[in-house]
Unconditional design. Structure first.
Lengths: 342, 333
């Protein structure tokens, strides 16, 4: 009967306490500190966002009296997706190369960080080298280096690798992989900041976890999978998002060049409206990409958590069962005891 | 062998007594190669050093190539026997690249165009980060969400109306189009910097702030006297990264500051490098002092002198760069 009497644990109702003058004052001060940002966000984020959506629905022509709007609704979008010869192929190319290169960059950064985290000599020297690209990664500089073929490794015969890949794989997959190989160095150059983030996360892992695992007889391999990797998981997500954002906003990305060109092209069907529609499509794709990476690394819960949840669910079902049996017993008892009770 | 035996881990002691002694037993070799708990084995060390050195070489290969090629004369470039080391120190490449890029002028402007917005970003992001870390108020969660969204959202989406707005305000093609957004926390990569400050100010002990409050310090006084002095690492990090990113920015600098249709006199080294070919051909035509045709070496020299100021800053302040992320605690406590 005790289980029956026990009330179900209710979700904690947050008690609303009226805020006192001190808290109000505090809140006002905090608001004051953030106020510049709020003004900035209104002027440089919210307003342009709305305007650019409005632009995207219009055809805009620059005349001497200012901008002349012609409402099109989805006209720009259909034109971009159906008849623009450059945009869609570039978009597909961008998507594939990002999906391929981001994991490469992040895994590579993690490998380097793991090696730098070992007890080795010259750690600061290696750190210096691996962080150097952060100050060089700039569109024109990369373009200039790529132009001179300095961005691929001449030691490895990349041409052979590329031709081997393209014979085995369909061209839509082979092209991004080939470009990955031919721009190996510049792609790896994006891993400067991720290496640092991984490294400082590695140094924050509690040593005693490794000690405990060692006492339990775990090998280094097992420790990596059971301790290091789970601890790094939030950082993997952070680095994935960081890399996606930086690969997207780099001048090497031809899509954003395309948007800029459309913005300043003098033709009647292109212009601000067309470019805004392009920017919207592109931004949605980037957001979806980031969303996918977030789902991949956030969606899967910790194994122990999952196990605990399963147990919890089982216990709940059992409790319900017990309750049902008890209720039935009570009912039966009532039914059978009725005559005697009278 | 001698040295390693003196620092043998305690786990070995029992085994040593049972017979292997100081000689090279199978067991000792195994331990040296595969490592024990306290020290890495030789195989592992060799693999790690090998990988680090190889990857490090691949990393700096383009830079080495750039340095090497920039010193080569035309004959060296054509000579297939010369791969890395030029036949002589040929500085004329640098002279020609420098003159055609209008180097000193561009350098100064680069410093201004990167430096002033950085200062503004520091002020605005520090204020915002402090407000988010220290106070609780309605709408705080929304603001944080918006900050993360602005980080992920490509800049292209707001670019065109913003461009229009600048044109209407009359700040297009001037440095104000970088300074004004930076002043209100919307500069280049400002979300990252706000996050850094936010994380950092959260670690300032609350007791310190409370004590200051009891002593009669107001909100701004406790910000300037208590929190700011302890935030030096965050300031250094944000200043370095903001400067580097503004310096390297091409897309937005060209759009807002340099101008696309109507070019202003403002330019940066990165923009000069992008327009290197046209600039150089213009220079080579007008110059009477025997300018050679554009070749790979001159282009590489131009690239190198574009990177050089940042490289010098990097090597002088390397400690701050490399330890930056450690100290700002962006990876969580």
């Amino acid at each position: 009967m005790t289980a029956y009497a026990k009330p179900r644990p209710k979700k904690e109702n947050r008690i609303r306490v009226k805020r006192g003058p001190l808290e109000k004052k505090e809140a006002r001060a905090g608001f004051l500190f953030v106020l510049p940002w709020i003004i900035g966000a209104a002027v440089f984020l919210v307003y342009p966002l709305i305007m650019s959506f409005w632009y995207a629905l219009n055809n805009i022509r620059l005349t001497s009296e200012g901008m002349k709007f012609t409402f099109l609704l989805q006209g720009n979008f259909t034109q971009i997706l159906l008849s623009d010869p450059d945009f869609l192929p570039e978009l597909v190319d961008y998507l594939l190369s990002t999906v391929i290169s981001v994991p490469v960059i992040v895994v590579f950064a993690m490998m380097i960080a793991l090696m730098l985290n070992e007890k080795i000599r010259g750690k600061s020297f290696f750190r210096l080298i691996f962080f150097l690209p952060v100050i060089i990664v700039s569109g024109p500089i990369l373009a200039s280096l790529t132009e001179q073929n300095a961005s691929s490794i001449s030691v490895i015969d990349t041409q052979a690798v590329i031709s081997a890949i393209s014979t085995f794989l369909p061209p839509i997959v082979a092209t991004p992989i080939a470009s990955l190989f031919s721009n190996m160095v510049t792609i790896l150059w994006y891993s400067g900041v991720p290496i640092l983030i991984f490294l400082s996360a590695l140094q924050k892992i509690d040593r005693s976890q490794y000690e405990a695992a060692y006492v339990d007889g775990a090998s280094g391999w097992e420790m990596f999978w059971k301790i290091t990797l789970p601890s790094l998981k939030p950082m993997i997500l952070l680095n994935c998002i960081y890399t996606v954002v930086f690969v997207s906003s780099n001048d090497q990305n031809r899509l954003i060049g395309l948007i800029k060109n459309a913005m300043f092209s003098g033709t009647s069907e292109k212009g601000y409206g067309y470019a805004s529609a392009m920017a919207w499509i592109y931004s949605l794709v980037v957001l979806i990409l980031v969303g996918i990476f977030t789902l991949v690394f956030l969606g899967r819960k910790d194994r122990y958590e999952r196990e605990a949840k399963k147990l919890d669910r089982k216990a709940k079902a059992e409790r319900r069962n017990v309750l049902r049996i008890q209720r039935r017993q009570a009912r039966h008892a009532k039914k059978f005891n009725r005559p005697t009770a009278r | 062998m001698q040295r390693s035996s003196t620092v043998q881990p305690p786990a070995d002691i029992g085994r040593k007594e049972t017979g292997s002694g100081r000689r090279l037993s199978k067991d000792r070799i195994r331990k040296l190669l595969l490592g024990t708990r306290d020290r890495n084995g030789w195989i592992k060390l060799v693999v790690i050093y090998g990988l680090l050195i190889c990857i490090g070489f691949i990393y700096v290969y383009p830079l080495l190539y750039m340095v090497s090629a920039s010193f080569m004369s035309l004959d060296d470039l054509l000579d297939s026997s010369i791969q890395w080391i030029p036949s002589g120190l040929n500085l004329s490449n640098y002279r020609q690249a420098g003159v055609s890029m209008n180097y000193w002028n561009s350098l100064l402007q680069s410093f201004l165009i990167a430096g002033l917005p950085t200062l503004c970003t520091l002020v605005s992001c520090a204020l915002t980060g402090y407000g988010l870390a220290r106070y609780k108020f309605r709408g705080r969660g929304v603001i944080i969400g918006l900050i993360i969204l602005t980080f992920v959202l490509p800049r292209q989406i707001t670019m065109i109306p913003t461009y229009n707005m600048y044109a209407n305000l009359g700040i297009l093609n001037s440095i104000w189009s970088f300074i004004v957004p930076a002043l209100v926390g919307q500069g280049l990569n400002a979300p990252i910097f706000i996050m850094i400050f936010w994380q950092f100010f959260r670690t300032v002990p609350q007791a310190l702030v409370e004590a200051a409050k009891i002593d009669g310090a107001g909100h701004f006084k406790s910000f300037f006297r208590i929190s700011l002095p302890s935030a030096a690492p965050a300031f250094i990090t944000v200043a370095l990264f903001s400067f580097v990113w503004y310096w390297n920015e091409f897309y937005l600098t060209q759009l807002y500051v340099h101008g696309v249709l109507v070019e202003s006199s403002l330019t940066t080294l990165v923009i000069q490098l992008q327009n290197f070919n046209t600039n150089y051909s213009a220079y080579a035509q007008t110059a009477a002092n025997g300018a050679t045709n554009l070749n790979e070496s001159i282009k590489m020299a131009g690239t190198l002198i574009t990177v050089l100021p940042l490289m010098i800053i990097y090597f002088v302040l390397q400690r701050h760069f490399v330890e930056s992320i450690d100290r700002t605690g962006i990876t969580g406590e």
